[in-house]
Design a binder for this molecule. Structure first.
Ligand code: 8X3
Length: 248
C-alpha cells in the first residue's frame, strides 16, 4: 500500500528520537510530508500524528524491511540518512566484534540500503536531496573509538562518492557532521549507563537535536542550484572530537 500526498516528501531514518525526530518536526514545519522510518514505531507514530506525517516500520539492517519501507513511499524529494549510532568504547586490541558488526550494519550498510532503495524516487522528483548525518567521527579518529570512527568514515566515503557519481543528475548531497549532541547516543553507546552517558556532556552546553535539525532545514531550503556539501557543527566549547573545555 502506498500513501499519496500533495506535499513534497521527506524521508527520515532513525526518526523515533534525537536528531531524526527533531528533523521530522523541522521539515514538517517547512511544508514537507514526512515519512518517519524507525524500529520503535510506538514512538514514531506519536510524532507522525503531531506533524501529520506517516510512521513506517524500518530496520535498516534488514534488506526486506528496507524494501517494504521504500515500496510504501510514493515519491521522495529529501532523504535524511540519520539511523546509526555507536556501541561501546574499546581499544582495537580489545575490540568487540559484535559491536563492530552492529555499527557497520547500521551506519554503513544501512545508509547504503536505504539510499539505493530510494534513489529512483529521489531522481524522479527532479529535485532530490540526500542528507547524511555522519559525525566529527567521520573526520577524526580517537582512542577506543575505532569501531565507530571507522564506520562513520565509511558512511561518509559512501556519501561523498555519490556526490561524484550523481554529478549531472538533479540531486543534491549534504553531509552533516555533528560533534557533541545530547541525545540517546551516549546512552546507547554505554548500554544504558546514565552516569557514563552524562559525563560525555558534563561541564559544557552540548548541541541539541533541534540545533542540528535547524541546520538540516536550512540546507534543504536553499535554492536547487546551491549544494551545501559538508557542514560540521559543534558546541562552542568543543574544538575537536577529543578536545573540549569543561567548567566544573
Ligand atoms: C558523535 C560524536 O565525538 O562522540 O557522533 O564521536 S563523537
Amino acid at each position: 500500500m502506498t500513501i499519496s500526498t500533495d506535499r513534497p516528501v521527506a524521508v527520515i531514518t532513525g526518526a523515533s528520537s534525537g536528531i531524526g525526530a527533531a528533523t521530522a518536526r523541522e521539515l514538517a514545519g517547512r511544508g514537507f510530508h514526512v515519512f518517519l522510518g524507525a524500529r520503535r514505531t510506538e514512538l514514531s507514530e506519536k510524532i507522525a500524528a503531531e506533524i501529520d506525517g506517516t510512521a513506517l516500520p524500518l530496520d535498516v539492517t534488514d534488506v526486506d524491511s528496507v524494501s517494504a519501507f521504500a515500496a510504501a513511499i510514493p515519491t521522495a524529494r529529501v532523504l535524511v540518512n540519520n539511523a546509526g549510532g555507536a556501541k561501546g568504547m574499546a581499544s582495537v586490541r580489545d575490540a568487540d566484534e559484535e559491536h563492530w558488526r552492529w555499527m557497520w550494519e547500521t551506519n554503513v550498510l544501512g545508509t547504503l540500503r536505504v539510499t539505493r532503495a530510494l534513489l529512483p524516487a529521489l531522481l524522479a522528483s527532479g529535485d532530490g536531496h540526500i542528507i547524511t548525518v555522519t559525525s566529527v567521527a567521520a573526520l577524526e579518529t580517537y582512542d577506543n573509538g575505532a569501531g565507530y570512527t571507522s564506520a562513520k568514515h565509511a558512511q561518509a566515503a559512501l556519501h561523498r562518492t555519490l556526490r561524484g557519481e550523481l554529478l549531472g543528475e538533479p540531486i543534491r548531497l549534504t553531509e552533516i557532521a555533528p560533534g557533541l549532541v545530547e541525545t540517546e547516543f551516549s546512552l546507547v553507546r554505554f548500554d544504558g549507563d546514565e552516569d557514563k552517558a552524562d559525563k560525555v556532556y558534563a561541564g559544557l552546553t552540548p548541541l541539541t537535536a533541534g540545533d542540528v535539525a535547524e541546520v538540516i532545514g536550512f540546507a534543504v531550503s536553499r535554492p536547487s542550484h546551491v549544494n551545501l556539501d559538508t557542514i560540521v557543527l559543534k558546541p562552542r566549547d568543543q574544538a575537536s572530537a577529543t578536545r573540549a573545555f569543561r567548567r566544573s
